[in-house]
Ligand binder design. Structure first.
Ligand code: P6P
Length: 321
């Protein structure tokens, strides 16, 4: 296990050395995401002051066109990922179609990302985050993005909260790095993260109970309440999943009568978060199948999401499986 305090770049290079055939491309890919995250973090921190909030198209006090923070984060991610030359194509929550990279035309990887998930919470200073998922390039078109989550090479998120944390898996466990702005580095603060086998918290938007398509889900939540669980729901996926990873329990965004496939996106929300949770010893399901086994049919496809500690997810499947 890597020692606490190690910086993210050294961690990435140490991981690379464990793979004799590694070319260094994944290392450069992850470092590009890291660089973008540092810049996004600085903008998020200043959001309330720099007049970035509000509608795109406004002019701020400096007379510059105001970009909404999620659009700005998208621009920052695209710029760094393309400049790295390590990605053949990018898919973003903010883009209808993928971007195919000229510089990365011979690159080994593709990446899907949500540049700033939960951005509706920016105005109220709630934690938000960037989520990414890296796959091997397997072809020349959209098929690159229609690979199962179990095929991911790496996945992670950066949570912009009371501290900024970069949580990463490359398929060999989960490690968490906390940003030290004094030195401008992410330092290993949570080595080899493991989700508790069982928690005491359930996280689901109960305002939607009347719209849920499976009444057994209500019975499941009632069962957890009878077992003394408490409810925590932030409404920012990265924050709710991060708490679930650390404290255990379950997080869910089920299908409902309005969103028949749920609200969360498979490629750049559900699959990367499920990879992390399962690498940390937890479980992730749509209620019908393991999220990592879902074969995407479209880039912006939605899926129902239930993820968390083994106990809560196994118990859920006894109710709705
Ligand atoms: P609701 C934020 O808008 C988001 O996409 C996720 O980050 C979050 O988990 C979910 O939507 C919250 O949705 O309908 O409960 O407000």
């Amino acid at each position: 296990m890597a020692e606490k305090g190690m910086d993210l770049n050294r961690f990435i290079l140490e991981e690379e050395r464990k793979h004799p055939l590694a070319t260094g491309s994944l290392s450069l890919a992850l470092m590009a995401i890291e660089s973008a995250a540092k810049i996004i973090a600085s903008h998020v921190r200043m959001a309330g002051l720099a007049d970035i909030l509000g509608q795109a198209g406004k002019v701020n006090v400096q007379g510059e066109e105001v970009q909404k923070l999620d659009e700005l984060s998208n621009t920052i991610m695209i710029q760094h990922l393309l400049d790295s030359g390590q990605f053949y194509a990018l898919a973003s929550e903010e883009l209808t179609e993928p971007i195919y990279s000229h510089k990365g035309k011979d690159a080994k990887y593709v990446v899907a990302f949500d540049p700033l998930d939960g951005s509706s919470n920016i105005d109220v200073n709630v934690s938000i985050g960037t989520i990414f998922s890296i796959h091997k390039r397997i072809g020349d078109g959209e098929e690159n993005f229609l690979q199962k989550g179990s095929q991911q090479i790496a996945a992670g998120y950066i949570i912009y909260g009371s501290s900024v944390m970069f949580v990463l898996t490359t398929g060999n466990g989960v490690n968490g790095f906390t940003y030290d702005p004094a030195v401008g580095m992410f330092l290993l603060s949570h080595p080899d993260m493991k989700i508790p086998e069982k928690g005491k918290i359930y996280s689901i938007n109960e305002a939607n109970t009347h719209k849920w398509t499976d009444e057994n889900l209500i019975k499941y939540i009632d069962q957890l309440k009878s077992e003394g669980y408490t409810s925590r729901y932030i409404g920012s996926m990265v924050a709710d999943v991060h708490r679930t990873l650390i404290k255990g329990g379950m997080f869910g965004y089920p299908a409902d009568k309005k969103n028949t496939n749920g609200k969360l996106r498979l490629l750049y929300e559900a699959a990367p978060m499920s990879f992390i949770i399962e690498q940390a010893g937890g479980k992730a399901t749509t209620g019908k199948e393991n999220i990592l086994d879902v074969k995407p049919e479209s880039i912006h496809q939605r899926v129902p999401v239930f993820l968390g500690s083994k106990k809560e997810i196994q118990q859920l499947l006894e109710f709705i499986g």
